[in-house]
Design a protein around this ligand. Structure first.
Ligand SMILES: Cc1cc2nc3c(=O)[nH]c(=O)nc-3n(C[C@H](O)[C@H](O)[C@H](O)COP(=O)(O)OP(=O)(O)OC[C@H]3O[C@@H](n4cnc5c(N)ncnc54)[C@H](O)[C@@H]3O)c2cc1C
Length: 480
């Protein structure tokens, strides 16, 4: 008999959270801690969504998206998770750039960037100061007409090298382009520049394990292998979810599934106003990624001066288009030294990440797909040889993930790495106005995605849902 992953589940919960990405888990944790009855349903056999890991023979652990986040994670984890998690957030100090325009190592914060821009790039100190101040003063409600390209042109006219230094890591980090609203760049860039790039010491397996334990402590009912097939909506709003052949009633639903899937697959467009559906149709998905995971043989050492994060490119100029091209010229290498998992066996791993388009991979026959993955592996090893000479002899396991892989494991349409583009945020926020008790918390646009963005968006939505549940219970008390 197949295992019943819903065994012991209640028939009714105050809130059902669909998906255990960082936004889903955070919102579930806050609401559980506030005393609401929360059910968290994850279709995969592991928690974490894109913030997950996998194990390969030889005790090799690979992290999917543990490459770096801003210092703000410390505060968010302390407040909305616990001190133990927050205390493991540490800075990455060796951020390297290597491309035909420049090669440098930086701590990736305002002080060091100011030094680099003035001393190495010869930019006037006043322009640098004004740029940083302008970026830092941007906030969410500002005018969105100014594009990132225009912002750069204002402070560093004609300086393609400066634009590359300032933009390449952010494009890698969240797929944003020079045509996106400048505020999306300014907010994310300033978050990093405040203190630098941080990582979780212990690895994603440790982090997600600790989050799971905290969820349980806060009374959240966590279920894996529970694929929600629909959200049932009645005259007064959400009523229930359908999962693994069972109907579970609830007072509110928070979907951490992709925004477009939530609207068009889980709920169905006939449940929304026509204008809203038209607006939702305009929401663009973000691009996807490819990754190559390389495990270093036991006993082989890699010097830490190789860098923690290395933005490498052979393209003569910075072009967003080139970053997405199937003909890869830019790769971001993340180096995982034994310090990443100090409590585990001494191991090194390297992950190469590149932005990618789903359509470049989706139509390939099985044979071509396998050949393309092999080509991705071969060209990546060739590129890495410049930084770790003899890399082919130093690794004992290599494998690749493509946009198809990301779609398969997370159900993100087209394997989108960062959910939707910026316009998704307004649609996500408008869901409860359309259907009472229906919320979405998950990657929408540049600010509300990535580890920090996802967690912070989870916090915002948890507050909304808490108020919704309070209103519903006081209404019930009045009518009782
Ligand atoms: C290759 C790569 C590298 C990245 N690197 C970084 C980085 O260095 N720093 C950074 O800050 N960010 C990085 N990110 C982005 C970051 O990982 C994500 O933005 C963030 O983890 C997304 O969290 P989320 O809450 O939106 O949900 P997701 O992680 O997208 O999770 C959604 C969850 O919902 C589940 N689900 C979907 N549909 C259903 C259903 N019907 N029923 C049940 N469950 C369902 C999925 O299985 C999944 O677990 C990277 C992303 C990728 C792809």
């Amino acid at each position: 008999m197949p295992r019943d992953f819903l065994k012991g589940c209640q028939d009714y919960y105050d809130v059902v959270v669909i998906g255990s990405g960082l936004a889903g888990m955070t919102t579930a944790n806050i609401l559980g801690r506030a005393g609401h009855r929360v059910l968290l349903l994850e279709q995969h056999y592991k928690l974490g969504g894109l913030a997950t890991w996998f194990l390969r023979p030889g005790n090799h652990i690979f992290d999917i998206s543990l490459h770096g986040f801003p210092a703000g994670m410390l505060k968010s984890c302390r407040r909305y998770w616990n001190e133990d998690i927050a205390s493991r957030i540490v800075q990455l100090k060796n951020i390297r750039f290597d491309n035909p325009m420049f090669s440098l190592t930086t701590t990736f914060n305002r002080e060091d960037f100011t030094k680099l821009l003035t001393a190495e790039f010869g930019v006037a100190a006043e322009s640098v100061k004004q740029f940083f101040d302008a970026a830092r003063s941007m906030n969410f409600y500002d005018d969105q007409r100014l594009t990132t390209r225009e912002l750069f042109e204002q402070y560093f006219p004609g300086r393609e090298d400066v634009v590359r230094l300032l933009m390449e890591p952010i494009t890698y980090a969240n797929g944003s382009t020079l045509e996106d609203p400048a505020i999306t760049y300014g907010i994310v860039f300033s978050n990093f520049m405040a203190k630098g790039v941080f990582i979780y010491e212990g690895g994603t397996d440790d982090l997600v394990g600790k989050m799971h334990a905290e969820l349980k402590r806060n009374g959240v009912d966590v279920r894996i292998r529970c694929d929600v097939s629909s959200i049932d909506v009645g005259a007064k709003g959400v009523e229930a979810v359908e999962v693994n052949g069972r109907r579970i009633r609830c007072g509110a639903v928070i979907s951490n599934s992709n925004l477009n899937s939530t609207i068009f697959k889980l709920v169905g467009e006939d449940k929304f106003d026509r204008d809203f559906v038209d607006q939702a149709r305009q929401v663009r998905l973000n691009n996807s990624s490819t990754q190559v995971y390389m495990a270093v043989k036991e006993g082989v050492e890699i010097d830490e001066s190789t860098g923690d994060l290395l933005f490498s490119s052979t393209a003569p100029l910075f072009r967003t288009e080139a970053l997405l091209s199937r003909d890869i010229t830019s790769r971001t290498f993340s180096f995982y030294y034994p310090k990443t998992r100090p409590h585990k066996r001494r191991r090194y791993a390297i992950v190469s990440s590149t932005n990618a388009r789903y359509e470049d991979w989706s139509e390939l026959s099985d044979e071509d797909y396998q050949a393309s993955k092999q080509d991705l592996i071969d060209t990546t090893l060739d590129a890495l040889d410049k930084y770790v000479p003899g890399i082919r002899d130093k690794v004992d396991h290599v494998e690749a993930a493509t946009p198809r892989t990301f779609q398969h494991y997370t159900k993100h349409l087209c394997g989108a790495s960062f959910g939707t583009k910026f316009e998704g945020l307004a649609v996500s926020r408008a869901l409860p106005e359309q259907i009472g008790g229906l919320y979405h918390a998950g990657s929408v646009g540049i600010i509300m995605s990535g580890w920090l963005g996802a967690i912070n968006y989870g916090v915002i939505v948890a507050n909304d849902v808490d108020q919704h549940l309070m209103r519903s219970s006081s209404k019930a008390a009045i009518t009782a």
